[in-house]
Design a binder for this molecule. Structure first.
Ligand code: IMP
Length: 435
């Protein structure tokens, strides 16, 4: 922490990206929070309230959903970019949750007019779609993310800027009526009171208006010209990317580096560093393939020690060993320049660790993520490594770390060919070791 603060330097005219490299929940919120003192602007570029970015500092634990993780830093400006989808109802609650911190949110949080709105009927459509899929359900957080992005690409969506139009309510009605017909088409039983949901929505929309709406691509590019530094904050993880993830068990946005360009209006040649965040092991919440998932004691220990429950839905996360095949893939797709390893402390106590270094795929050994990654096609090939016993949570320097952990870190760096710059050994800002 100390090092990061003292190291304040502006990356003139460039943007750095911070992304999750696995299936989300890597601990991005903590790292953005730790890094924010280095940046003038923190910008979220995709996803919505399906995210839950947990920050812990000074004994306080707080979960952010749509608001960027720089909100707790004094001087950082926080932007919700055009690539994000906003549910005014969830957003209102999030703003209310910040009241106890005595900050002037309106002065440091701006929203893109081009960000799309999640309507109450989007949430219902999400529920209807999942219910109709039965066993094949995605395991969505049911926040209306998929249906909202469908309306965006289908050119039917409502955007934040539309709130300022006189006929916003009529536009809303037209779309909501269409959604109701679609919900009926699914032919599943849903209990809901749309009138109540809509009252709540329109009250929240009035509250949303208290914040400043901006043309965020204009704002950000102007800031760049003025020499300001920007950190783009991703949500979910690379393996949930709609193009490169384990489709169809993915979210509906581009969670990878390219998504930061389209989700903020920033050109690729303005991007400098790409910080890739990964856990020392792997977790996944929801359905879909997970080659290194451990159904035995090791997986259970990781879940228990790592407190692996979803910060949004409370669902238990599936746990397993580190998958270097998947990590290499994510590093490649994102152009990662620095790795940040989270939750190293959770692995303390294992006699041995397994690391996946290849897949057995239809009788062959491969080292990339194939099109058919389902369990019947892919079996992980593990390399065994020595574990360590020491409790890491109080350690503050790289030198203090046990030799076995250093070997684990060096092995990952060699395989993935990118340096690990930060090792996180606990949830608090202070439990962050620079290498
Ligand atoms: P949706 O984005 O809510 O539709 O969910 C699609 C898939 O992505 C489900 O498997 C979710 O569990 C997963 N997912 C969505 N957001 C997150 C997140 O922030 N962390 C981890 N998994 C997520």
């Amino acid at each position: 922490m100390q090092h990061l603060d003292n190291n304040k330097q502006h990356n003139t005219m460039t943007v750095d990206l911070l992304l999750g490299l696995q299936w989300g929940d890597e601990g991005k919120g903590k790292i953005v929070d730790v890094l924010t003192s280095k940046y003038d602007i923190i910008a979220r570029f995709q996803g919505g309230p399906n995210a839950g970015h947990t920050l812990e500092f000074d004994g306080i634990k707080h979960v952010l959903r749509t608001i960027p993780s720089g909100i707790f830093h004094k001087n950082a400006i926080n932007i919700i970019g055009n690539g994000v989808v906003i549910d005014p109802v969830v957003f209102q609650k999030e703003i209310e949750g910040l009241a106890k911190f005595n900050m002037d949110v309106t002065a440091k949080l701006f929203i893109s007019r081009k960000a799309h709105l999640i309507l109450p009927t989007h949430r219902l459509l999400d529920a209807a779609s999942e219910a109709s899929k039965g066993k094949a359900k995605i395991g969505s957080t049911l926040k209306g993310i998929g249906p909202t992005y469908m309306d965006k690409t289908g050119r039917n969506g409502l955007r934040v800027g539309d709130i300022e139009l006189e006929d916003f309510k009529e536009r809303y009605r037209t779309l909501a009526d269409k959604h109701e017909a679609m919900i009926a088409f699914y032919d599943v039983e849903l209990q809901y009171n749309l009138k109540e949901m809509e009252d709540e929505f329109f009250t929240a929309v009035e509250d949303l208006k208290k914040l400043t709406f901006i043309d965020s691509e204009e704002y950000l590019n102007k800031a760049l010209k003025e020499g300001k530094s920007i950190l783009a904050e991703g949500a979910q993880g690379s393996l949930l990317d709609v193009d490169f993830g384990t489709y169809p068990y993915v979210t509906s946005s581009n969670t990878t580096a390219a998504g930061a360009c389209t989700g903020l209006g920033i050109a690729p040649n303005k991007v400098k560093d790409v910080f890739g965040i990964f856990k020392a092991y792997t977790t996944r919440v929801g359905s879909g393939p997970f080659p290194t998932e451990d159904f035995k004691e090791a997986g259970q220990t990781m879940a228990k020690v790592g407190n692996e429950f979803g910060s949004v839905t409370g669902r238990a996360r599936r746990c397993g060993w580190l998958d270097l095949v998947a990590l290499k893939y994510a590093v490649q797709v994102n152009g990662v320049t620095q790795l940040y390893m989270m939750k190293g402390d959770v692995l303390s106590g294992f006699d041995t660790l397994q690391v996946c270094t290849g897949y057995n795929y239809k009788g062959q050994t491969i080292q990339h993520l194939p099109y058919n990654i389902e369990p019947e096609n892919v079996t992980p090939i593990f390399t065994e490594m020595k574990g360590w016993k020491a409790d890491l949570t109080g350690m503050t320097t790289y030198d203090e770390l046990p030799q076995e952990l250093k070997t684990y870190i060096e092995f990952i760096e060699k395989e993935v060919e990118v340096p690990i710059k930060v090792i996180s050994v606990g949830p608090d800002r202070k439990q962050t070791i620079m290498k």
